[in-house]
Design a protein around this ligand. Structure first.
Ligand code: T4K
Length: 371
C-alpha cells in the first residue's frame, strides 16, 4: 500500500516544460526579471483578474516585503490559527503580533474581535484567507477605513478564489500568495504580492531586488526575494492546467462532503454559492463534545496506522503555543474559537491528481473510524 499524503504537487507534462528550459539554456537568462518572469506576471494578472502582481521567491518573503514596504512600527493584529510564516514575517519586520480570535465556521480572523484589540499602538491588520475561504472583506475594509489601518491579506491559500465574481486578491492594501509545492498553483517554491496601484508594485519590485532603483541608486533597505526563470517557466506551464485542477479538487470535495456529511461527529466545510472555491484544503471538524471516545487525534492516528493516510492537523499548535511566540499572547482565554479549532480540525488529503482508489481509501479510513 502506497502512502497517501495530505497533498501532492501538480506537475505539468515534462514535454511542455522542456521547450521553455531550452530557451533558458539558450539565452542563459536565469533570473533578475527575465522574460519568463515578466510573462508570468502578465499571465497571472489576466488569469486572476488583477492589475498588479510582483513575483517572489516564496510566500514568506512576499509577506515580509509587503509589510516592509509600508514602513510600519508597532502592533499588527493577526490570527493565531495560521501557518507560522504569517507571524514570522511580522516579527522579521520588528513588529509585534497581537492575536485576535477567529470565527468558528470560516476559521478566519473575526473583524469584531480585531476591533476590540485595536489600540494607539496598532499599525496594521493581517488576516489570512484560511484554507482559501474568504475573510469578511467588507467588514475589514470598513475597519481599515474607520481606524486608518492598512489591511494586508495573507492570501497564501487563496489562488483563484472569486467572491461575487470579483477576485478575492483585489481586496486589501496587499494580498500575498504562496506558490509552494503544496499549493493549488506551484512554481516549486514561489510567491507573489498583489497590490492595488502601479507605484506600490514598483516599490515592492525594488525591495525584492536589494532596494535598487537603478544601477547606482539604492533607496531602501531591500532584500533578495526574486523569483528565478526556472520557477517562472514552471508557473507558465502550470497555468494552462489550473482550471482543470480546480475542477478536479471540487469534485473530490463533493465526494467527501456527501460521504462524511452523514457522520454525526464530523462537520464538513460549508461552501458558499457566492464564492468560487479553490478547495486548497479539505478541513473536517471532529466534535469532541458528548460521551464519544472518538477524537480528532484518534482519527489521525487511525488513518495513518491502518490506511497509510497522512491527514494533517493544520493549524495545530496555534502560533502563540510555539515557544518563541508565547510571550506575544498574554491572555489565551480570549481565543476560545481558535483553541477549539486547533484541537478539532484535520485536513484530509486532496489534490488534483488523486486516483479513485486513493479517494476511496480516504473515505473508508474516516467512515470505519466512526463506525
Ligand atoms: N502563509 C500561510 C497561511 C501559509 O500556509 C504559508 C505556507 C505561508 C504563509 C508561507 O508560504 P511559503 O513561504 O511556504 O511559500 C507546508 C508548506 O511548506 C507551507 O508552504 C504551507 N504554508 C504549510 C501550510 O504547509 P508542511 O511542513 O506541512 O509541509 P510538508 O513538507 O510536510 O508537506 C506536506 C505534504 O505535501 C507532504 O507530506 C508530501 C507533500 N509534498 C510536499 C512537498 C514539499 C510533496 O508531495 N512534494 C513536496 O515537494 O508545510
Amino acid at each position: 500500500m502506497e502512502p497517501i499524503y495530505v497533498t501532492r504537487p501538480y506537475l505539468p507534462p515534462l514535454s511542455e516544460v522542456f521547450p521553455l528550459l531550452e530557451d533558458i539554456w539558450k539565452t542563459r537568462v536565469l533570473t533578475n526579471s527575465g522574460p519568463f518572469h515578466e510573462l508570468l506576471e502578465e499571465t497571472l494578472c489576466k488569469q486572476l483578474d488583477i492589475s498588479n502582481i510582483s513575483l517572489f521567491s516564496n510566500g514568506t518573503l512576499a509577506l515580509l516585503v509587503a509589510l516592509k514596504s509600508l514602513r510600519l512600527s508597532g502592533e499588527v493584529i493577526t490570527t493565531p490559527y495560521t501557518f507560522i510564516a504569517t507571524a514570522n514575517s511580522i516579527c522579521w519586520n520588528g513588529l509585534t503580533p497581537v492575536f485576535a480570535d477567529i470565527d468558528p465556521v470560516s476559521y478566519n480572523l473575526d473583524p469584531c474581535k480585531v476591533e476590540q484589540r485595536i489600540t494607539p499602538n496598532t499599525c496594521a491588520v493581517l488576516p489570512v484567507h484560511c484554507y482559501g475561504n474568504p475573510c469578511d472583506v467588507d467588514k475589514f475594509k470598513s475597519l481599515g477605513e474607520n481606524y486608518n489601518l492598512p489591511i494586508i491579506y495573507d492570501a497564501s491559500h487563496a489562488f483563484g478564489v472569486n467572491i461575487g465574481g470579483t477576485s478575492l486578491l483585489s481586496y486589501g492594501d496587499f494580498a500575498t500568495l504562496s506558490f509552494h509545492a503544496t499549493k493549488v498553483f506551484n512554481t516549486f517554491e514561489g510567491g507573489a504580492v498583489v497590490s492595488a496601484g502601479l507605484s506600490t508594485k514598483k516599490s515592492l519590485d525594488r525591495l525584492k531586488n536589494f532596494g535598487f532603483v537603478d544601477e547606482l541608486t539604492v533607496a531602501s533597505n531591500g532584500i533578495n526575494a526574486k523569483m528565478s526563470e526556472f520557477s517562472a517557466a514552471v508557473g507558465l506551464c502550470q497555468i494552462h492546467h489550473i482550471e482543470s485542477c480546480l475542477e478536479k479538487r471540487r469534485r473530490i470535495a463533493r465526494i467527501y462532503s456527501s460521504q462524511f456529511g452523514q457522520l454525526s461527529q464530523v462537520r464538513v466545510p460549508i461552501y458558499s454559492t457566492n464564492v468560487s472555491h479553490n478547495i486548497a484544503y479539505y478541513p473536517i471538524r471532529i466534535s469532541s463534545h458528548g460521551a464519544s471516545s472518538k477524537t480528532r487525534d484518534g482519527l489521525v492516528e487511525w488513518m495513518r496506522e491502518n490506511y497509510l493516510v497522512y491527514a494533517r492537523r493544520y493549524f495545530f499548535p496555534l502560533i502563540y503555543q510555539f515557544p518563541y511566540f508565547s510571550s506575544f499572547c498574554d491572555d489565551p482565554t480570549s481565543l476560545p474559537n481558535a483553541i477549539s479549532a486547533a484541537s478539532e480540525v484535520v485536513c484530509l488529503p486532496i489534490y488534483a491528481e488523486m486516483k479513485e482508489d486513493e479517494i476511496s481509501r480516504v473515505v473508508d479510513s474516516v467512515i470505519t473510524y466512526f463506525k
